[in-house]
Design a protein around this ligand. Sequence first.
Ligand code: ADP
Length: 479
Amino acid sequence: MGEIYQNLIGGTWRKADDASENRSPSDITDLIGMFARGGAKDVTEATDAAELAFPAWSRSNPQVRADLLDRIATEITRREAEIALMLAREEGKVLPEALAETRRAAHVFRFFAGETLRLKGDAVASVRPDVDVEVTREPLGIVGLITPWNFPIAIPAWKIAPALAYGNCVIFKPAEQTPGSAHLLAQIIHEAGCPAGVFNLVMGRGSVVGEAMTSDPRISGISFTGSVPVGRHLAGTCAANMKKLQMEMGGKNPMIVMDDADLQTAVSVCLNGAFYQTGQRCTASSRLIVQSGIHDAFVAEVEKQLKALKVGHALTEDMQIGPVASESQLNSNLSYVALAAEEGCEVLGGERLNRDTNGFFQAPALFLGSKNSMRSAREEIFGPCASVIRVEDFEEAVSVANDTQFGLSSGICTTNLRNAREFKRRSAAGMVMVNLPTAGVDYHVPFGGRKASSYGSREQGSYAAEFYTSVKTAYTFAG
Ligand code: ADP
């Protein structure tokens, strides 16, 4: 069976009672490895270690933390080919996407190396004589980071980097489906000289490890990215345990195509937003809201280009769309394809594809003639499926775009400045794109949404300090 990749607790690699197989969704005969499956006991031990490490780490010189993050970034870059290969193999995204994600992770660590030296406070006049008031930010404490499988290196990076930069200790629980990328990242953080107990990796089930993290009172905050049902559950348990909580969840992101859009721009923006990375992005464009005048030309061109997209094994050169990440996700996608047809859409593509290897391949799907009231246009599918909803004018487009339980990302393709300006103002989403895909963001500015998509303060950029620090107000009488 070979080596079992272990959890990292208190600076040592530790066995767990159980282990699980990690197999490639491009080829289920490709066994990537056996990974430890931790339990509640491992979370307790990791929290014990973090508690011991916290006093020194939380008061460490910011230069020490900057240097550590910088070394981690350098090592990610040095090992980028190996990390990208692991990522593509276990998650199923194609190699260029995996490499771009790995580079993103290095950039995130480098950005937060600088942020350690930029944390600011305020000196404020007091309303009392001879009193000084200072407002400072201190580390939050021990933070639990729970991540999904769709960005197995970038999402952990954008949680771990600010957590360490601002002096917190970390318990990191990656998704069950992608422990390989998480383990590589943990190796790098450990070998870069992160003090024992400051960073801990506990792999395992969400219902066991994640649950234990949300109930240990010594963990001050949870940053979670994942599904709405799990997020809703965490909101309850974290509130009951008085934990600070930050969550990023689903989306049903609208992309409006106006009659005045540049057709080629609109088609490439929509293909990228809806289908790249197999549609498995919380920022994917899953509702294409198209004005009547351009509708038929747009659909004809999308259909043509969609048929030319290459779907197959993630490690094959020139592949454009990899497999769906798991069998259960594929089955769920296929049931939505069937639902869209039952609801009256004309469905193009969406069928399961056979390839040389036994993997979870699916043709990208367009649901034509969709209505925003249909379940297939309201529920997040998280696969290569997009509804095309015809609208008459800008007002109808904006109203359909905002008529959703979600509010993560939105977009408009237009050459009219007034439409662009109006939509940026009126979109009920946390991120708005003009002539750009709804997915694809910069790493130094806030990421997050509204309504059921997000909860708590923003991630990324200097806004990350809001979650990973706690504000202190100090008064000094100098009389
Ligand atoms: P996805 O559909 O993207 O896998 P999930 O919400 O199921 O989204 O999973 C996201 C992360 O949340 C994973 O790391 C998973 O193990 C974890 N998780 C699942 N259930 C729980 C839970 N009850 N408590 C804490 N974490 C959980």
